[in-house]
Design a protein around this ligand. Structure first.
Ligand code: FAD
Length: 605
């Protein structure tokens, strides 16, 4: 370990998506020596794939919009399991964060008056998503990246973090390897901000990329922090279903926001049959009213295609199950018959090219075939809402790998806002903590460093064991089949048995070759995280005996406000350190001045 590459910082940010970059910029601005570490190239983070936009109550299209309406929409979208304080901070601060991006050079689409344009998305009462065509994430990451580089922040690309170190319960550093050389690196730092994104690669059909293996979730668990709301996984209603090579790839919600409708194989616009009571008062119940809404939102209610994602995904699932699906096992998403080719190409350029190139479908002339795809995890590291610090001193989490903000279901556009708002808060809080320590910094023990190196090379020392690709593929199939969009106790119990067996196989998995660029080895290390996170999801899903948001139990179809509406499930590492256990946490008490938004009968509509 003596010759190992070492660096010392005040704050190390793991992840270079929107959350990580915004946190690093904030830490730098607050005076920290900060590094950003990411396991792929800078700019490749998941954030770049975000299409629809950033939800922020700027009121550019609807002056009636304000943070209170956004807060209410977010809480209702999350079926009231959100941490109210996070939803409040997010709604209050998102507009400033968007304006700041603009100051830093982001070029948003405009209204006729020259203001930042805002588009409609499911669950948002007003058109609220600041956007750049359907490539908002690209513009956001470009802007943040440029600023990161301008400020001279150190970036370590293609470096994967596999361990965190502690000294007397406080974070002392992080450990990782260079993807190319396989050589190890130690970061000594009293504050680590996890910004590693989601967990989608544990499922077979997903909109997520290879990077989404739940590393931050697992690192936090192993360090002694807890995860909250892990049973809530968002299945986006519209992923491509054909050809098989792109199954799961996202079809942005903007297609529906801009006028696209869902139809079954009989040509029926079926979403009108799936309007839940909870949203009845604000949803159109005739096609005429729904169609008028696009031009006159004051006097009409929104189309049911724009209900929150969980509702739409379940409806699509039911139609397919009832035998009214398309030839490739999806449902039709039709914008061709509703908007002009010019409009479609201007508003949805990426979608147009995506279908043309990948499926040979011209979306200006024919409907798309789509179906649900694993998209986002609401669950994540449990953090303090104002500082994003976890239960472990010096360990912070932001973005998709943190939990609480979105409750049981995230509204579209609320992730990009989340990254910016909480990224900034985390960067500031981590800096205040780290720089306040003076010289009394936690230290990395050489024994811990040796243990981390040993554990990283362990898969090379096994002979004849299982191959990590086979284990990963079995895990993905199992999660898709047993912990997917509709769940039952029997299937969840079976999934836990299967995960145990996969863990057993993973204990003796073997990788070939050496440490220079070796994807099999990288996967072996990722798999430990995927298994721990998958177990967290399955255990929490089995415990929550109700249906709510991203969690649907066939055997408990009702939402149980009395019992399950009052608590969150929390996951922590078990005593043996090889699995997870559950506990319950009462919901934080919302102050009266916020409660009023939910008690009063609706004044609007
Ligand atoms: P990411 O952007 O994924 O960044 C994760 C970073 O962590 C990467 O740099 C990765 O390399 C790094 N990393 C991971 N593990 C390690 C490790 N062990 N060591 C080192 N580095 C590591 N949300 C919206 O609000 N609006 C939208 O329109 C929208 N559209 C979307 C479209 C698609 C196709 C997808 C998949 C998601 C979309 N979302 C959208 C969701 C949103 O994009 C993501 O939730 C968000 O970008 C996550 O950002 P992040 O910063 O938390 O993580």
């Amino acid at each position: 370990a003596g010759g190992m590459e070492r660096h010392a910082y005040d704050v190390v940010v793991v992840g270079a998506g929107g959350a990580g970059l915004r946190a690093a910029i904030a830490a730098h601005d607050a005076g920290a020596r900060v590094a950003v570490v990411c396991k792929s190239l800078l700019g490749k983070a998941h954030t770049v794939m975000a299409e629809g936009g950033i939800a922020a109550a700027m009121g550019n299209r609807w002056p009636e919009d304000n943070w209170e309406v956004h807060f209410r929409d977010t809480m209702r979208g999350g079926k009231m399991l959100n941490h109210w304080r996070m939803a409040q901070l997010h709604a209050q601060q998102a507009p400033e964060r968007v304006m700041e991006l603009e100051d830093w050079g982001a070029l948003f689409d405009r209204t006729d008056d020259g203001l930042i344009s805002q588009r409609d998305f499911g669950g948002h009462r007003y058109a609220r998503l600041a956007h750049v065509g359907d490539r908002t994430g690209l513009e956001m990451i470009r802007t943040l990246q440029q600023r990161t580089v301008q400020l001279g922040i150190d970036v370590f690309m293609e470096l994967t973090v596999t361990d965190l170190f502690q000294d007397d319960g406080r974070i002392s550093g992080a450990f990782g390897y260079w993807r190319e050389t396989g050589r190890f690196v130690l970061f000594e730092a009293p504050a680590v901000i996890l910004a590693t994104g989601g967990i989608g690669k544990s499922f077979k059909v997903t909109s997520n990329s290879w990077e989404y293996t739940g590393d931050g979730h697992a690192l936090a668990l192993r360090a002694g922090a807890s995860l909250i709301n892990m049973e809530f996984v968002q299945f986006h209603p519209t992923g491509m279903v054909w050809p098989p090579s792109v199954k799961g790839l996202l079809v942005t919600e903007s297609v529906r926001g801009d006028g696209g409708v869902l139809k079954n194989s009989e040509g029926t616009r079926f979403m009108f049959d799936y309007i839940p009571d909870f949203f009845r008062a604000e949803t159109a119940d005739t096609e005429e009213e729904a169609d008028r809404w696009y031009d006159d939102k004051k006097n009409n209610r929104r189309p049911p295609e724009l209900l929150p994602r969980d509702e739409v995904a379940r409806a699509i699932n039911s139609e397919i199950k009832a035998g009214r699906g398309t030839p490739h096992g999806g449902i039709y998403l039709d914008i061709a018959s509703r908007r002009t080719p010019e409009f479609i190409r201007k508003r949805l350029p990426s979608m147009y090219h995506q279908f043309k190139e990948l499926a040979d479908v011209d979306i200006t002339a024919e409907p798309m075939e789509i179906g649900p795809t694993c998209h986002y995890v609401m669950g994540g590291v449990e953090v303090d809402p104002d500082t994003q610090e976890s239960a472990v001193t010096g360990l912070y989490a932001v973005g998709e790998c943190s939990g609480g903000m979105h409750g049981s279901n995230r509204l579209g556009g609320n992730s990009l806002g989340d990254l910016l708002v909480f990224g900034k808060l985390a960067g500031e809080a981590a800096t205040a903590y780290a720089t306040g320590l003076g010289r009394a910094r936690p230290a990395v023990a050489e024994d811990d460093l040796r243990a981390a190196s040993h554990s990283a090379v362990a898969p090379f020392e096994v002979e004849g064991g299982d191959n990590p690709y086979a284990i990963q593929s079995d895990l993905q199939q199992s999660m898709n089949d047993l912990v997917g969009i509709i769940r039952t106790a029997g299937e969840l119990e079976r999934s836990l048995v299967e995960i145990e067996a996969l863990k057993e196989r993973a204990r003796s998995m073997a990788v070939e070759g050496h440490r220079q660029y070796n994807p099999g080895w990288h996967l072996a290390l990722d798999l430990r995280n995927m298994l721990l996170v998958s177990e967290s999801i399955a255990r929490a899903a089995l415990a929550r005996e109700e249906s709510r948001g991203g969690h649907t139990r066939d055997d408990f179809p009702q939402t149980d406000h009395e019992v399950w509406g009052r608590k969150n499930l929390v996951v922590s590492l078990d005593a043996a350190g090889t699995g997870v256990e559950l506990s319950e946490r009462p919901l934080p008490e919302m102050p009266d001045e916020l409660k009023k938004y939910f008690d009063e009968p609706r004044k609007e509509s």
